[in-house]
Write a protein that binds this ligand. Structure first.
Ligand SMILES: Cc1cc2nc3c(=O)[nH]c(=O)nc-3n(C[C@H](O)[C@H](O)[C@H](O)COP(=O)(O)O)c2cc1C
Length: 207
């Protein structure tokens, strides 16, 4: 059997964490390494992973997150931050992202132009750069949860928050980095909640 299936059967959105148990540092770092290795559109890696460990900070964060207990009772909360307007094709960040590939200048220009055209024709008409970059961040989110589950660590993805209040608590007012999503990590206290999924044939089609 595909070993990832085991992890995905173990994973659930953990509502009750054991507040006494901490994730060993080396395991947390490996989970973050799985996040760092995530793919992203055009290789832009639009993320930052802010690990929230400080108890007082998390107490202040909790009311901004619908007062969810996972914020204070988990071992660690990772705030996945996303770039937004700094992703523009004529900006320093996009330039540096391509420059590290060591492309000759004509190829570099062509790549940036293709990237800019994509943003203009496919992204901007549909969504903000924040929304586009957040989609990449959710790939990292999935990798974090699966990597955690593979070593018996529970998680809860958290989108139930008031974005501007979270950013105020984290000290990110009006900056380019904005919060995309949070994920709490730790160890379950009690059993797993029931899982509801549509049947395979309802959601999978072959053509
Ligand atoms: C992006 C995202 C945001 C979520 N936000 C929350 C949240 O704020 N609080 C919560 O308890 N669960 C949250 N969930 C968990 C979902 O409710 C849960 O994944 C879904 O009901 C399926 O259950 P399972 O993950 O246990 O299989 C979120 C899930 C995702 C993917």
């Amino acid at each position: 059997m595909n070993p990832v299936l085991d992890a995905l059967h173990f994973r659930h959105a953990c509502k009750r964490f054991d507040p006494q148990r901490r994730i060993p540092d080396d395991q947390l770092r490996e989970i973050l390494e799985c996040a760092r290795l995530s793919p992203s559109s055009f290789g832009m890696e639009p993320w930052r992973f802010l690990v929230l460990r400080d108890a007082a900070l998390r107490e202040r964060l909790r009311p901004a997150c619908w007062n969810q207990a996972q914020i204070t009772d988990s071992s660690d909360v990772i705030a996945i931050l996303t770039r937004s307007e700094s992703l523009v094709a004529d900006g320093d960040y996009a330039h540096a992202s391509y420059a590290r590939r060591g492309l000759p200048s004509d190829k570099m220009r062509a790549s940036l132009e293709r990237y800019g055209n994509y943003l203009d024709s496919e992204v901007r008409p549909l969504m903000s750069l924040y929304a586009w970059a957040s989609k990449q961040c959710y790939i990292a989110l999935a990798n974090i949860m699966t990597a955690a589950a593979a070593v018996g660590i529970d998680s809860c993805p958290i989108e139930g928050f008031e974005k501007s209040a979270v950013e105020r608590v984290l000290g990110l007012p009006d900056g380019d980095f904005q919060v995309a999503v949070l994920v709490a990590l730790g160890y379950r206290a009690g059993g797993q909640t029931p899982r509801f999924r549509h049947a395979f044939d309802e959601v999978v089609a072959f053509r």
